[in-house]
Design a protein around this ligand. Structure first.
Ligand SMILES: Cc1cc2nc3c(=O)[nH]c(=O)nc-3n(C[C@H](O)[C@H](O)[C@H](O)COP(=O)(O)OP(=O)(O)OC[C@H]3O[C@@H](n4cnc5c(N)ncnc54)[C@H](O)[C@@H]3O)c2cc1C
Length: 351
């Protein structure tokens, strides 16, 4: 089969690597306008359990990714000069550039053609076109009616920054400003790096944010990489398949960043689509099987993402222990009763 993958982010590259490893005799090309060094973002959330899912398909890739993951197993909230902390399932993150570099190298080793340039939405002459060109996919936009694409803004305005220090846990920092509370979502992805996403009224400059968060930053710099204020767009599609074109990753769906699932969903889409192409002899059956398996997981994550976005948009003025409990239970996956009965109650660690 001749396969064109439009977009070489995590979804497109992982799909190409998995498909190339499957032993089928496919000719696979990935097109992307950007090189790895041009990419946006900082650390991407990639729980160790998500990396392990790849072990059956590509043990070498799972081993290599695992060495780059910085993990944590606590959730911490700071507000009004106090901190509270609670145990969490083991989570982790890695540098987005490193993830892309590892996946590109794997693709090249497996004979995938990596082409640089604009995606080719018409893609004549291919048996399968994988639309992996992100939340603003032009491949999808050409067939927006067929896919039934809807987008809507959720949550409040945010800016994606990095911090030049590694926070120990997934940490939420709340500071009071004259215009209302500002919240930083911070998590480590290397020995001296964290993702530092800020939600704040009035689009303050990174210099102002450095001052507001000076205490928890402890003298570390805030880092920019194509960082700008924006509002999150939730992308949904009535169907992910139109003829021989299939949507994966952010082109198919986005879930609010506060649940940290974008990259994991993209990689899982890639794995399931590649497996479906092996399991089903007919292309249409394979694409239907892929969507049938992934859609319930994605819609569940999007629901949790919307609840989480609403919670952050109406942040209660409550003590840190209460905030921590609300934060842990906001998506409905964990209840207050779980926190009490499983002994994971908030533990003040500062004050
Ligand atoms: C600004 C921003 C910052 C983010 N930072 C983080 C973060 O720090 N942590 C985290 O967990 N998640 C982050 N995310 C979310 C995460 O990046 C996505 O959920 C995940 O990358 C989805 O993977 P994907 O491969 O589907 O899409 P993407 O990663 O968006 O990849 C799409 C690829 O398609 C290419 N492309 C798009 N259009 C064209 C075109 N017309 N021609 C050629 N190539 C094209 C792009 O160059 C890109 O390489 C961020 C998202 C955004 C928008």
């Amino acid at each position: 089969m001749r396969i064109l993958v439009n977009g070489g982010g995590p979804a497109g590259l992982a799909f190409a690597a998995f498909a190339a490893r499957s032993g089928r005799d496919d000719e696979i090309t990935v097109r992307d306008r950007a090189g790895v060094e041009d990419t946006y973002g900082f650390g991407v959330v990639l729980p160790p359990a998500a990396v392990e899912v790849f072990r059956d398909v590509d043990p070498g890739l799972a081993d290599e990714l695992a060495t780059h993951v910085t993990g944590w197993d606590r959730l911490t909230v700071h507000r009004h000069g106090r901190s509270a902390s609670i145990g969490s399932p083991r989570l982790g993150a890695m540098d987005r550039r490193t993830l892309l570099r590892v996946l590109r190298r794997r693709c090249a080793e497996l004979g995938v053609r990596l082409a640089q340039g604009a995606v080719d939405p018409a893609a004549d002459g291919y048996d399968l076109v994988v639309a992996a060109d992100g939340a603003r996919s032009v491949t999808r936009a050409q067939r927006a009616r067929a896919f039934g694409t809807t987008t809507r803004q959720i949550g409040v305005d945010y800016i994606w920054l990095g911090a030049g220090r590694a926070f120990g846990d997934l940490t939420f920092l709340v500071v009071e400003t004259p215009a209302g509370p500002a919240v930083a979502h911070a998590y480590p992805y290397g020995p001296d790096r964290s993702t530092f996403l800020v939600e704040a009224p009035g689009h303050p400059t990174p210099a102002a944010l450095t001052e507001w968060f000076a205490g928890p930053l402890g003298g570390a710099r805030l880092l920019e990489n194509r960082s700008r204020w924006s509002r999150f767009h939730e992308v949904r599609n009535r169907t992910w398949v139109s003829g021989n074109v299939v949507l994966v990753g952010d082109a198919a769906h986005t879930a609010h960043y506060s649940v940290g699932s974008g990259t994991r969903l993209a990689l899982d889409d890639a794995r399931v689509l590649a497996a479906a192409l092996c399991a089903e002899p007919r292309l249409t059956d394979a694409l239907s099987a892929y969507e049938a398996e992934r859609r319930p997981v994605v819609e569940h994550t999007q629901r949790i993402g919307r609840l989480s976005a609403e919670w952050f948009a109406q942040l209660p003025d409550a003590p840190v222990e209460r905030l921590l409990g609300d934060l842990a239970t906001r998506g409905g996956r964990i209840s207050w009763r779980d926190l009490a009965t499983e002994g994971t109650g908030a533990v003040p660690v500062g004050g």
